[in-house]
Each structure stands twice: as C-alpha cells, then as structure tokens.
Design a protein around this ligand. Structure first.
Ligand code: DHB
Ligand code: FE
Length: 281
C-alpha cells in the first residue's frame, strides 16, 4: 500500500528562483533563507519518496480569470513550466504518475469533491520553486508529482475548513492506493504577504508564528477563521496558507514537527518551512 512519509510546507517566492539561478545562496540577504533547507534535504534523503503530491495555487499561468476551478488535480504524463514574466529561468518538465492521479481523482469525486481534472497542466513558480528548494542541483527530478491546485486568485475562495477536508480526503486516497509508493505531501505558499493595494508589504509575524506552532497539533485552529478574516490577518496573498492546511490534513495520528523555520522578509513575504511526520503513515 502507499504510505505518506510526511508533509513539507514551504513558501514559493519567485525571487528565490532568481537567487538560485545567480548562485546567491551564500549571499548575506539569501543565506538565512537557504540555510533553513538542509535539514529538509536530509529528511527527504532518508525518506526517499517516489511521488510528491503538491498542494499549490496557480497565479495565472495555467488558469486565468475566465475559467477558474476551485480545486484542480493533475493527471498528466508530464508537467511543463513556462515563463511567467518574473525573469526566472524555466525549469525542466517534471514527470507525472497518471495511474496514481486517476486513483486520487476517482476517490475524491467519490467523496463528493468535484475536482477539475487536468490531462495537460502548466506548473508555475508555486510548484517549481519548492521543487528547486527541496531537491537542489539536480539535472533530473527524483520524484514524480501530482499537482493539486486550490484557487486563491478569484473570490469566492474555498474556506479553510473545506481545504482541510480536501486534504483529509487526499490523505485517505493516498493510503488506499494499492501500490507500494512512498509519498511526500507538499503544501506551498505564504506565509503572510500582500503584494499590492494599500497594505502592500503587510506581514504579520505574530499570526504566522502562531499558525506554525498550532499546525502540527491543533490544525483546526486556523479553520475557524473565515476567508475575509484570514486575508485581514495575513494579507491578500497570505491566504496561500490554505495549502499548508491541506497538506497538514493528509497526515494521520499524532503529528510531530521534524523541522521548522521562519524568516522575514524575502521580497515582500514571510518565508516559512516546516517538515512534519504523521503518527500513522
Ligand atoms: C511574491 C510572493 C508570492 O507568493 C508570489 O506568488 C509572488 C510574489 C513576492 O513576495 O514577491
Ligand atoms: Fe504565491
């Protein structure tokens, strides 16, 4: 049977891609960010996942305002990246696992999550930056992926409680898969940031730290906030924390924190990283 080895949640700030391309990991501005990742590399090296299920939010590369699914699941043989205009190099395609994707889709629809199915899907920086951060310096990606996109662009957004339930259903579906796959679940985005408008540059360190502290043992804490309340607390793009909730929700039993880091700011954003393991893999 498939096994969830754990969950990794990380920010996906596009400027990180530029810093990697320009080899700035040791630069004083960037070092505090990049030095947070080696414990995650060691953990992934021990866990050796075959597949990464990635909760992420597209920013207009694959879905635009004319057609915006609330939840979309990739079922492609391969996922290509493309230029989004951030000036970061395009990364090589990542292989998919179609059989596993369709199993997840079948089970999610069976549980009344009526997801959009994507047999072609471009992945944006919200997928590629975490891959580059977690598996640096690779010519070929060591994992296949199943991207799961949650709308954070066009309101109405799904509630935190709904995203948590989606994560729980994905966790059940992974554990029900008959193949002996080792699966890491990744949630990308956040933490607090607002890129435009009157509150551009808004960061809420107190809320972020409380969110990270509560996420392993009391994840429902954050689900009691409405979407407008979360936007107020974390900024218009800080709402990307929904990905962290969905990823955490796939874990069962007593969840422990293997590694955690928080650094402000990178670009306009609070950069967070957590590695968690569930009690019943
Ligand atoms: C920034 C952060 C993001 O999460 C994003 O998707 C785009 C930009 C930023 O801080 O610049
Ligand atoms: Fe983003």
């Amino acid at each position: 049977m498939a096994k969830i080895v754990g969950a990794v949640t990380t920010s996906h700030i596009p400027a990180i891609g530029g810093a990697i391309a320009r080899d700035l990991c040791e630069d004083p501005y960037w070092k505090p960010l990049f030095s947070a990742y080696p414990p995650a590399h060691r953990w992934l090296g021990t866990q050796r996942p075959d597949v990464a299920v990635i909760f992420y939010n597209d920013h207009g590369l694959n879905f635009f305002l004319d057609k915006m699914p609330t939840f979309a699941v990739g079922a492609a043989p391969q996922y290509r990246n493309a230029d989004e205009g951030w000036g970061i190099p395009t990364l090589p395609p990542v292989g998919g696992d179609q059989r596993f994707s369709w199993h997840l889709i079948e089970q999610l629809v069976g549980e009344e999550f009526d997801v959009t199915t994507c047999q072609e899907m471009l992945i944006d920086h919200a997928c590629t930056i975490p891959l580059a951060l977690l598996w640096p310096g690779r010519d070929a990606w060591p994992v296949r992926i199943v991207p799961i996109c949650i709308n954070t662009v066009q309101h109405p957004l799904p509630s935190a409680a709904r995203c948590f339930k989606l994560g729980q259903a994905v966790g059940r579906a992974i554990r029900d898969y008959a193949e002996d796959l080792r699966v890491v679940v990744i949630g990308t985005g956040g933490l607090s940031h607002q890129l435009d408008g009157q509150r551009a540059g808004f960061i809420n360190k107190d809320f972020d730290l409380e969110f990270m502290q509560k996420l392993p043992g009391d994840p429902l804490w954050a689900t009691h906030y409405s979407i407008p309340e979360l936007v107020e607390l974390t900024g218009t793009q800080g709402i990307e924390l929904l990905m962290w909730l969905a990823a955490r929700a796939t874990l069962d039993g007593e969840v422990k924190t293997i590694h955690s880091s928080y650094h402000i700011p990178i670009s306009n954003t609070a950069a967070g990283l957590m590695v968690m393991e569930g009690g019943n893999p």
